[in-house]
Design a protein around this ligand. Sequence first.
Ligand SMILES: Cc1ncc(CO)c(N)n1
Length: 229
Amino acid sequence: MEEEAENGMIETWVKKHRLIYIGATRHPFILSIRDGTVDLSHFKTWLGQDYLFVRAFVAFAANVLIKAYKESGNSSDMDVILTGMAALNDEIAWFKREAIKWGVSLSDIHPQKANLKYCRFLESLMSPEVEHTVAITAFCAIEAVYQESFAHCLEEGSTTPPELQETCQRWGNEQFGQYCHSLREIANGRLKKASDDILKKSEVVFLEILEHEVEFWNMSSRVAGAKDQ
Ligand SMILES: Cc1ncc(CO)c(N)n1
């Protein structure tokens, strides 16, 4: 299983689209956390916007769970997705605590344009016409970007400020890495058996996710509350 996964379609696409993948997982915002030069107002903007995003992402995760139930009936696939949903439950509670810590008022935050676009994209993936393989590929990519980005801030040689280490731990920890690995195995297993049409659709969605992730990071350096909608 392990070896198979290393040569799966997701790995092929990561290599094929390496530039955009690096753009999403080694973004200047992440690099600034990693070297401690991060502008804390940017961090707060990201925090508030990501809280709003995660609320939409929970709905998407629920939809992926339903698709897994209906289309694969594979209970171990469902368990992995449910683990992700439980993590999202913790994540929402964490965002609320973290917002208080940084003096960010979550009820006053309006989604910025890139956030709205990303959430709308997730909504489009919740349509019953979107196949489970396509949806699980998107889910896997969304989680992998955060896992790889924040794990980079914890690697040896990083000088992440102590007050940001908990954030990096949230997505960069070993357990979250294992969960992402399981998601990738599910996606790879389905992609292996997918028709050319579904493969093509999945690859497009994979790329779209990476583009949205880059735009999402870019948003952190924009002034909170700026009217760009
Ligand atoms: C924008 C974004 N992508 C991925 C994740 C991972 O959960 C997140 N919290 N936010």
